[in-house]
Design a protein around this ligand. Structure first.
Ligand SMILES: C[S@@+](CC[C@H](N)C(=O)[O-])C[C@H]1O[C@@H](n2cnc3c(N)ncnc32)[C@H](O)[C@@H]1O
Length: 291
């Protein structure tokens, strides 16, 4: 049997050129355009799979509500950095006198504002960078950053952002950051990069922060918890997932997610070294490694 030879023809080259140029806008899309489009398409910024999203976002809100309400720091001013569709604003607004919801995407700010029009202690700010806007320095008690820092696509941007966090927080202020922990050098995608647990700690430390506590959080495929497995086994879900692009299945998934998560906290725990998603709490330390 001979090996099939592939001879490049003029048409193949034209086709490849057309394919690449038709996707030019993807490569040229700015970070805020990317999040605007994603929010327009799916109505939020989380998992695109509605079955996973319905459970996952609810579990995140429950875990973070518990973490926020247990903090010993001041309760005056908080920043929700990269607020997305604003799901963490309610727990923040319940605890802090004032909350700033910041994002680079206009579209997500619109969604968050609409969702929380009854909450009067939230100020929404959209800008290209947290470093460009005027905010009161040394006054924030807490900065919440839920799966945002992994979307800062280079070390320069990450360092600048963490330096800004340092500058905004008061002396007892805390950062609560939830991020995916890569266990190897996984290449960055067009909108996300993957740091190991040590790399996250190192970056924060270079901006003057010390890790004081971690919690582990379940991951739907890498470290599923029992309540997620039970939820996923629902006999209706196989057919619903097939048709989720065509029929509004979100409410049904949400109904079962609420049911499965009722009175349950198995999706987060005291941090372990091999957690694939971590909620990290950092405080300001005296020594700043970067000048
Ligand atoms: C994965 S979503 C998380 C949203 C929200 N924190 C949540 O957990 O539901 C990432 C968010 O970060 C925002 N974002 C991306 N780059 C940012 C930056 N440089 N500064 C602030 N927000 C940014 C995006 O617009 C998007 O809303």
């Amino acid at each position: 049997m001979g090996v099939k030879q592939f001879n490049w023809g003029k048409n193949d080259i034209v086709n490849i050129f057309t394919f690449v140029t038709s996707r030019k806008e993807i490569f040229e899309m700015s970070n805020s355009d990317y999040w605007d489009q994603r929010a327009k398409k799916i109505g939020h910024t989380g998992w695109a799979d509605k079955m996973i999203y319905s459970y996952d976002q609810l579990a995140r809100v429950k875990a973070l509500t518990s973490v926020i309400s247990g903090l010993q720091s001041g309760k005056e001013l908080a920043l929700d950095f990269g607020t997305g569709s604003g799901d963490f604003l309610k727990p923040l607004s319940d605890v802090y006198s004032k909350v700033i919801a910041f994002d680079i995407s206009q579209e997500v700010i619109k969604i968050a504002r609409t969702k929380h029009k009854d909450l009067k202690n939230i100020e929404y700010i959209q800008a290209d960078s947290i470093s460009e806007i005027e905010l009161p320095v040394n006054q924030f008690d807490t900065i919440l950053s839920i799966t945002v820092l992994g979307h800062l696509l280079n070390d320069g941007e990450l360092n600048k952002t963490l330096d800004r966090f340092y500058n905004l927080l008061n002396k007892n202020g805390l950062v609560i950051a939830m991020e995916y922990m890569s266990n190897n050098s996984r290449p960055a995608s067009q909108y996300q990069r993957f740091l190991t647990s040590e790399e996250w700690e190192q970056s924060f430390s270079e901006s003057g922060f010390k890790l004081v506590k971690t919690f582990g959080f379940y991951h739907p495929s890498e470290s599923p918890c029992e309540s997620f497995n039970q939820y996923k086994r629902n006999f209706l879900f196989k057919s619903l997932r097939k048709f989720q692009s065509y029929i509004p299945t979100g409410k049904i998934f949400r109904y079962y997610a609420i049911k499965n998560l009722k009175g349950c906290l198995d999706f987060f725990w005291e941090g372990k070294s091999d957690d694939s998603i971590k909620i990290m709490i950092f405080k300001k330390s005296e020594i700043k490694n970067r000048n």
